[in-house]
Design a binder for this molecule. Structure first.
Ligand SMILES: Nc1nc2c(ncn2[C@@H]2O[C@H](COP(=O)(O)OP(=O)(O)OP(=O)(O)O)[C@@H](O)[C@H]2O)c(=O)[nH]1
Ligand SMILES: [Mg+2]
Length: 362
């Protein structure tokens, strides 16, 4: 097969070139319009490029005498142009239709369920695209389709990564996030679980010295759990405290709630965490926060390069679709999920399958 490109000012001219060069058996494979010349895009001339091919180039070289023509060459060229334009229109229409799966959207109760749970409409449409309709599988019910959908959601959430204590050396984890999302409570839950249930050597450090009550809150937990606590007022003090606790398995750092709107506060937090590149930072997000706010929080806290998200207050959240939307936008590992105020019980390693089912809550 011989393939050639032809450029001309009009589609008619390009097709005429194809015919005279490759013969009447040539087929048009692709056409495109592009701009040529001009200055900075101004006065550019629109050109047409046609990609054409012919099966047997030999036959083209020795062109057979044409049968008596009933239609003129000009009419033939026009017909070919119309055909190309029609093919292009059909292609465009197919593309548009594939983007708007209207029938799926309207027909599927699962689509409605995703929307009810605050999943973004486009994400919901992507998730249900191609899923078998309940009526298409003999003997099936919504359970089968629902299971497939849960699997799809699970795939999007499957980067689960809690705190792993190294065989030797010390793991340092800092929780950061906006005010009141549950950082201190979560630190207490983690400390209790690792120290009491797993028997690890744990130390707490709090850098939240803005409120007396904040220090007292964590100090109370450290007394009950029986782990040491250090209060640090500067990056240098944090460095020194980390050095002091180098014999521990896990050091948990609590930080003050920061407003995503305050660049100063975020820069301060960033310089605090910069004292040790091995600090694993979890951005604590409340499942009750609305999506637009979550987006802003994630964007603004990105200056602190959090490696993982930790989701709190899942017990209070009416709908969890926002979590899926967020992870679609920012694919990030989820570490833990907290489900209530009780220390140490209301925390668990994030579970993608469980969350997927919550995202499809009736
Ligand atoms: N329902 C529910 N409440 C929670 C959860 N986690 C924390 N809380 C509550 O949320 C409130 C704030 O918790 P804190 O741990 O003080 O939050 P924080 O992020 O440390 O707050 P700041 O230090 O002020 O930024 C407390 O009343 C907690 O009991 C949770 O998973 N579910
Ligand atoms: Mg706190």
């Amino acid at each position: 097969m011989k393939v050639k490109y032809f450029t001309a000012a009009t589609m008619q001219d390009a097709v005429a070139q194809v015919k005279s060069d490759l013969g009447r058996d040539a087929v048009i494979l692709h056409t495109r319009r592009f701009k040529k010349g001009g200055i900075l895009g101004f006065f550019a001339k629109e050109m047409v490029e046609v990609m054409a091919a012919v099966e047997t180039p030999v036959a083209v070289a020795v062109e057979k005498p044409l049968p008596p023509q009933r239609i003129s060459k000009e009419e033939e060229t026009k017909a070919a142009v119309v055909q190309i334009e029609l093919a292009n229109m059909r292609k465009m229409l197919e593309q548009v239709l594939s983007k708007i799966p209207q029938s799926e959207k309207q027909a599927s109760p699962l689509f409605e369920l995703l929307i009810k749970n605050d999943v973004d409409a486009e994400i919901a449409a992507n998730l249900i695209r191609g899923l078998p309709n309940d009526t298409t599988i003999i003997g099936s019910d919504q359970g089968i389709t629902r299971k497939l959908l849960v699997d799809r959601i699970t795939n999007y959430l499957q980067r689960i990564d809690g705190i792993t204590i190294p065989a030797s050396g010390c793991k340092t984890v800092a929780l950061i996030g906006p005010t009141g999302v549950g950082k201190t409570t979560t630190i207490a839950k983690l400390a209790a679980n690792f120290a009491i249930k797993e028997g690890q050597r744990v130390a707490l450090i709090t850098a939240d010295t803005y409120r007396i009550a904040a220090v007292e809150q964590l100090k109370t937990y450290s007394d009950i759990i029986g782990v040491p606590i250090d209060i640090v007022y500067s990056p240098d003090e944090l460095k020194a405290a980390l050095y002091r606790h180098r014999d521990k398995n896990l050091v948990l750092i609590d930080t003050a709630g920061r407003s995503p709107k305050s660049q100063y506060q975020l820069a301060e937090l960033q310089s605090l965490l910069a004292v040790d590149p091995y600090i694993e930072t979890h951005l604590v997000l409340s499942a009750t926060t609305k999506y637009s706010d979550l987006l802003e929080i994630v964007k603004k806290f990105s200056v602190c390069s959090p490696q993982k998200f930790l989701l709190t207050k899942v017990d209070e959240a009416g709908y969890l679709g926002t979590v899926l939307n967020l992870l679609y936008q920012f694919p990030t590992a989820l570490s833990y999920v907290t489900t209530g105020q009780n220390v140490p019980d209301d925390i668990e390693l994030a579970n993608a399958h469980k969350l997927a089912n919550l995202i499809l809550r009736d």
